[in-house]
Design a protein around this ligand. Sequence first.
Ligand SMILES: Nc1ncnc2c1ncn2[C@@H]1O[C@H](COP(=O)(O)OP(=O)(O)O)[C@@H](O)[C@H]1O
Ligand SMILES: [Mg+2]
Length: 516
Amino acid sequence: MIEREQIVKGLVVVSFLILLLMYRGSENAKVVIVFAFYFLAALMYRIDTRYPVLAAIGSLVLAAILIAEHNETLANKVVIYAYYFLVVGVLLILVEYVREGKEEEFVPQRELKNKVLAIISGKGGMGKTTLTSSLAVALAKLKKMVIVMNLDLTMPNLDIAMGVKVRGLIEREQMVKGLVVVSFLILLLMYRGSENARVVIVFAFYFLAALIYRIDTRYPVLAAIGSLVLAAILLAQHNEALANKVAIYAYYFLVVGVLLILIEYVREGKEEEFVPQRELKNKVLAITSGKGGVGKTTLASNLAVALAKLEKKVIVMDLDLAMPNLDIAMGVEVKGMGEALKDGKDVVTVHNHGCDILATLPIKDGYKNSGMLERIKNIIDEVRQKYEVVVLDFPPGIEAFDVIDKNTYVLIVANPEKLSIADAYNVNKALEDRAKVLGVVINKSNGADVEAIEEMLSLPVLAVLPEENRVREALEAEIPLVARDEECEFIDEMAELVKFLVKYWEKDESRGDGEP
Ligand SMILES: Nc1ncnc2c1ncn2[C@@H]1O[C@H](COP(=O)(O)OP(=O)(O)O)[C@@H](O)[C@H]1O
Ligand SMILES: [Mg+2]
């Protein structure tokens, strides 16, 4: 879903294009408009100083294509823009360089002796590894003799941060994708056949790109609109011949886009609303992760509410004893758990948004208290008898993994970053043979490479939850987002995830290998 801010930004861009289109003044003034716009865009989108250089390179490539098409006049204009971009880019880089150089250099005065520096935090995911690796390198740059050690034995990833062991697949894949795009451009540039064949090449490429980048059905329509705007600009510049060509592309894009949208529409219409078929029996679902802050509590609370919306009898339990916050996520007061843990009293739950909640206050030393794991296990055993689904909001890491048994279903939450994926890998390895790990939920995603992640983890990605401000706002308001009657990608993805889980459990039970 596009945010309001993006619409405003889009309007600014479109207004600029219209301005440029209507403008009838000198070529120089036009260049000034373009650069005024460029700086505006740099401001709105926080554009990096390297981007003008990239824009210059892009313009040069475009100019080369135009020359190959014997459109020298337009090519010349584009080259002028390339030149200006290059000047701006180099200037910006120089300014940054001079500014950096001005700060006087710090020179250490004496040799230090055996300093030991520990980097710690309450939760994971706060950036300990990032800080540690950066700090070590910065110290080395001051000619200090430094060694950096990984003390996170269960979820180590300093190796990745320091680049001492290659595990990643992502870069290579992206390079291959880039090569495909460049090869296509060269092909188009060298091609001397008929115009129709060229259209075929462009669309073959389009579908290839759609495949490798998982392009959305809305994109061809956007491409058509873009092409039409370009055609209009060309017409305004009295370049009818090229405008006609561009308009043909617009037409083809439009046809493809509308067809795809129709297909999707028909397919969606076909999907009937999901209604659970049978009552589930005592499912226990653990929400885990290597680090904190990835979104376990967010997922656990929203999942519980989404299950309740399907009329499931569900309880969600805070197992993060040291830093609990399920009470905030569910908007309830804490009751009961402390007493139940201490003197084996009956568990007292609270109720909100259609589900029961067992929240807790922070318990000093958490799972390190002797017998704590056993007591927690007993509570889960007691509770699971009364519910269709028990959702467990775990602490980060492995400290509570002994609560998990062979009948526990597990979701691993990760963010689409290398370190977080490495953590997910380690969690899965720790649980592989002792629980039913269903898969991974990628949270705070702005476009994750799902296939690469699945390949790295050998686990299915069951949902990709976008990073959305409303998730944060909802948490601030102490309401799980799915409890709100809104439409957004996060809520849609949660609905799909819950549907998957319920279907999966129903199948499990009809096969008879569900709970004892
Ligand atoms: N999809 C999301 N979009 C934006 N913010 C998110 C999202 N998921 C979680 N957050 C924010 O990230 C922070 C950590 O989430 P939380 O669920 O408490 O993580 P964990 O339980 O794994 O420690 C919270 O402030 C939450 O608002
Ligand atoms: Mg949490």
